[in-house]
Design a protein around this ligand. Sequence first.
Ligand code: THU
Length: 165
Amino acid sequence: MNIKEFKISLKEYKEEELNQEEKGLMENALKASVHAYAPYSNFHVGAAVLLEDGTVILGSNQENAAYPSGLCAERVALFYAQSQYPDIPVKALAITAVSDNFSIDSPVSPCGACRQVIAETEFRHQKKIKIIMKGQTGPVYIADGIETLLPLSFYEEKLQKKASQ
Ligand code: THU
């Protein structure tokens, strides 16, 4: 038996250390959170997607009384981006959240399903996506691609192998 270890590294910044593009994208993510529909969790998530051509797309979580029918902010923004601008790669994604019930003082990181969708978006365009994560206060985390957040992810090549067996 072997133990395989995977090393991941994130960059941690103070808010004031972000560059203009990162700061602006995070401000857009916060703006997006205002339009969250979150009557069940009271957790208002905002996501801002920056495309290679400079277009910015906002998304927020949209909940539903039938809970699984709702969708996370990241996927709302990414799916909109991919449906409206299918040929333009995604450069960066900023995520933040505001809760009605408590202060969020550590970075909001995407859920597993959103990580999978980010992975597919990278794969589709063969381009890494910078993921910028922040709470209401506290540090900002930046991952230079989804591999940091989703090692050993499920990719299309696994499907091909299955099909040829
Ligand atoms: N949520 C997001 O929008 N993004 C995440 O990465 C984590 C969770 C939403 C889903 C649900 O509406 C609420 O936050 C509480 O889980």
